[in-house]
Design a binder for this molecule. Structure first.
Ligand code: VGL
Ligand code: ZN
Length: 259
């Protein structure tokens, strides 16, 4: 009778739709654009100005304009430090910006260096901390995003580095891996599988954000012409390292192959 035939066809169509939709899902995974620390303090005139950092702004604006369909979500990270942040050379007597000091933390991420001798502190982790000029202090113009970078009301801002006693280069975790930002939860809620990273600085916050993104399991692209390093001499080292870890280091012109 006809209904047996109809049933069989239903099964066939059902199967076909399941296979097709999983194929489409696999091919068109959600992609997020991560714009790292494009803030006044890192731009020309800022307290921790990165050479030619302003040149990346039109590149990032173009990426957003040309690839509106590619990105499900755009997240801006914002370096957001206490006025007496531990990464500031001003907080370490006898030290200058770009010196390196050793910071020691207990298992909970408390800084041992500053604990009074009466309360014992068991060192769990030692971190080489580069000291910086004061920068990106909470609620200052230095911490604001550049006026020239295009932003949309739907963009999400993730702050980092707001724990006074530990630095945070990555947008995901602090430098000791003790605390997490909101970034991973935001990406998860939008079912993001691929992240495209642009911004500042290539050898610090972009690099460590890319490493954590890869470690957490994302498919990662870093757009080199939409980024600039603090130390141009270290650019090749970080690019090679990212490449070795399976991070795709690309030019903005290559993004059209991503769709
Ligand atoms: C950064 C040094 C200190 C960065 C932030 O955004 O790359 N670098 N704080
Ligand atoms: Zn910082």
């Amino acid at each position: 009778p006809f209904w047996i035939n109809w049933n069989t066809n239903l099964c066939r169509y059902g199967l076909f739709i399941v296979v097709l939709s999983s194929f489409v899902l696999a091919v068109s995974s959600n992609t997020a654009l991560l714009v790292v620390d494009v803030q006044n303090c890192f731009l020309p005139g800022g307290s921790l100005a990165v050479t030619d950092a302003d040149e990346i702004i039109p590149v990032i604006n173009n990426i957003r304009r040309k690839h509106t369909d590619l990105f499900t979500l755009t997240v801006f990270t914002q370096d957001w430090h206490c006025a007496d942040h531990v990464s500031f050379a001003s907080q370490h007597t006898g030290h200058s910006p770009f010196d390196v000091v050793i910071l020691q933390y207990d298992e909970n991420g408390n800084l041992c260096n500053e604990t009074s001798s009466s309360t014992p502190c068991t060192v769990e982790k030692s971190i080489n901390q580069t000291l910086w000029p004061d920068h990106c202090v909470i609620n200052t113009t230095g911490a604001q995003f550049s006026d020239n970078i295009h932003r949309k009301p739907t963009d999400i801002v993730v702050k980092k580095g707001y724990h006074c006693e530990i630095d945070s280069y990555s947008g995901f975790y602090d430098n000791g891996g003790f605390t997490k930002t909101e970034l991973e939860a935001v990406l998860q809620s939008h079912e993001i599988e691929t992240v495209v990273i642009v911004g500042l600085a290539l050898d610090y916050c972009v690099y460590f954000t890319a490493l954590d993104a890869r470690r957490v399991g994302y498919n990662v692209y870093v757009v080199v012409d939409a980024s600039r390093p603090v130390s141009p001499a270290d650019k090749q080292t970080v690019v090679t390292d990212m490449d070795n870890r399976g991070i795709h280091v690309v030019n903005s012109t290559e993004l059209r192959f991503l769709v």
